[in-house]
Design a protein around this ligand. Sequence first.
Ligand code: F6R
Length: 623
Amino acid sequence: MCGITGYIGDGITLDEDDDAGAAAGNGGVASVGDIVHEGLRNLEYRGYDSAGVALVGETSGLTVAKRSGEVDNLTVPDVPDATLGVGHTRWSTHGPPTDANAHPHTDCAGDVAVVHNGIVENHEALKRELADHEFTSDTDTEVIPHLIEEELAAQRGEGDLLNAVRAVEVRLEGSYAICAVREGEDEIVVARRGSPLVLGRDDDATFVASDVTAFLEHTRDVTYLEDGDVAALSADGVEIYADGDLVDRGVETVTWEADAAEKGGYEHYMRKEIHEQPEALRQTIAGRLDVDGGDVDLDVSFPPGFLADLEEIQIVACGTSNYAGRYAAQLFEELSGVRATVEIASEYEFGAGRSPDRTLVVAVTQSGETADTLGAVRRANAAGARTFAVTNTLGSTVTREVDDTAFIRAGPEIGVAATKTFASQVATLTMLAVAIGRERGALGAADARPVLEGLRDLPGAVQQVLDAEPKVREAATEYGDSEAFFFVGRQLGVPVALEGALKLKEISYDHAEGFAAGELKHGPLALVTPDTPVLAVLTDGARADETMNNVTEAQTRGAPAIGCVSAGEEYGTLDVSLPVPDVGLVEPLVANVYLQLFAYHVANDKDRSIDKPRNLAKSVTVE
Ligand code: F6R
């Protein structure tokens, strides 16, 4: 998840308290460079691996500046005649966070510059077609300016940037939002498919960004682009094309206050991040699924023979990441035929009697910095096992200590309670399980296909659950004041139940516990009363009918029951039934989104410090 922004106009006359004015240091007029730089500061929550700008002026031409590190590391060049500019803040997916990989990227002649959010899935094939072009980065993005260059050349001097981008856009596969500029042209051309892009309209200027936060201090009149739209922005207005036709997308007025705007209009980062899950999951799977071929490409290769001889996969992780690991362990066994165990990282020892050269130790860690998980990796390395990290954070310590890494690509997560990263961890681990199963010959293409179809459909399924939020909010209001909450499930529903309980206790400070549903009757049932709601995962992959029997046992003792139920199934006795779209093995993961929303609304009704719960930290770097 990266942030992109752009501005076209004559600069802005500033108020004393205007942020861009403060940055300009003159209290008078903020230049195009200042405005774009300020927009990037406002978007830094979307990524902070590198930053860059491209500015275009009538006589100065195209000026590009970019460097790795946070937005304030970037010195924006002074280009007094610039009338338009675009900028980018990066969350790395293809290529490490270096100066060369920072956006904007340019064509061979240095006439065209592009910033991009998303992933061009077919970049390798496109790059092969552009064999005579000179590439200077490892990014997928760089194919775009070169394709535009080709297109402009094909149009033999007749062409303009808008037509070139329209021709190129249809060749890109994957998700993207792009802004392109060209020396000698007084417009910014933008396009979106699958990644957000919003335009800001003022009397004599136009803004564009991944999120209104970038320009909200200048205008509240916005136009949201839709997938497939390509637009030409000038200082006087915008022309938006969809399927070749000029369209009117209307103008809306944003009414959020500045603080809410930083959170995309949500009151808390956590709720925003819950709602970002479809976008995050799209990034997680982008370019990695070959559904028809029944295969995945995680861009990792094990030494010859290693997977064939593999005896055990040990997953090490803490907290939410541990629950992602528990989910994955079941999939590793089912899909790759390898025995899989999960250990709490702080408890992990390699263990006598295991063979290090036949063991893969998978560390699951959002931050890549959790001391307990790093300790476990070090113990596994010391024992001679092969180590593998599944993390969100490029360049993090864990990536430097393991043999291989797969990135979950969820984008920055600011809320202390992990939400979107859990979903992206499970999705990445599912792909890893398929990859290992396929390579070992334990999983045929025909059996892999439905798993991959489920992953492909996951973002849409999560969106359906998010659209049903009012129903969960109602349940949270009705049951939120209960004495305690029990979460139950079976099989893949167990880690989801554990995660649901963890989320609730973390942010609401209520007592909540997750159990394997069958265990209720072996003890915890003594705690069940009419004041202890039971939340159950009743989906495919979670032995729903048997779980429902246990829920009924709790209901008999007066407990209210809320169930996340596979769409089309019905358990008439549930007090609240929340439908979960059918996505096969990842269906319980979709149910988890209801539990996240339930925790959020219970905590919000109690006015808790949701993004920074008491006593907790986002990254736990002590043992
Ligand atoms: C819970 C939560 C924590 C983390 C745990 C591990 O919402 O966020 O339980 O999952 O501290 O952190 P990472 O994944 O960064 O290793």
